[in-house]
Design a protein around this ligand. Structure first.
Ligand SMILES: [Zn+2]
Ligand SMILES: [Zn+2]
Length: 180
């Protein structure tokens, strides 16, 4: 969302809006790669305050994700939320025509975002936070037992027969001989 500087009064500006992650190009990879699906819009709460010629932003966002467990492959839903803050600074004159890579790296390094002095674009900050909310390896529950590597049974629903008793390899050979 583009926020004009004039809209931020001395007492600050509180904004609540929905950010549609499904239509956002920067977040398209999340669904395409199968990491997660967005089940709701992202609810964004922002508190913007002008401090000198910079704008300090404190935010909260939440969204419901559809995930696949990395251990047992079960699909599940999870509500995720985060608090964040960032600072927008006016883009210096000499940086108006830099190579894009340099600018992004520098801004990221010091945790600052640039704006043109007139209005700031909050989408980039929101996008970064949404990306950070997608778990690298989702688990349906912290103690998920996963699948048996041998028979593929879901061990959350009970032990499978092949884990019932560890077989002594010497006895295994014997039992094979017996059944011949
Ligand atoms: Zn699981
Ligand atoms: Zn098994």
């Amino acid at each position: 969302m583009r926020v004009h500087l004039d809209a931020i009064k001395d007492t600050g500006l509180h904004l609540t809006y929905e950010f549609d992650p499904v239509r956002d190009e920067g977040l398209a990879d999340v669904e395409q790669s199968g990491e997660a699906v967005f089940l709701t819009p992202v609810i964004v709460n922002l508190e913007l305050n002008r401090v000198g010629d910079t704008v300090e932003v404190r935010g909260h966002l939440s969204v419901r994700l559809g995930l696949t467990c990395g251990r047992c492959l079960a699909e599940f839903e999870q509500d995720v939320a985060t608090d964040f803050s960032c600072v927008f600074v006016p883009q210096p004159e000499e940086r108006r025509h830099p190579t894009p890579g340099d600018l992004e790296l520098e801004a990221e390094d010091v945790g600052l975002l640039f704006f043109d002095g007139q209005a700031l674009e909050t989408d980039e900050a929101v996008r970064e936070e949404v990306l950070a909310l997608v778990p690298y390896r989702a688990l349906c529950r912290p103690d998920c037992r996963g699948l048996c590597p041998n028979c593929g049974a879901n061990l959350n629903t009970g032990a499978c027969t092949c884990t019932a008793a560890p077989v002594d390899p010497r006895l295994a050979i014997l039992s094979k001989l017996k059944t011949r």
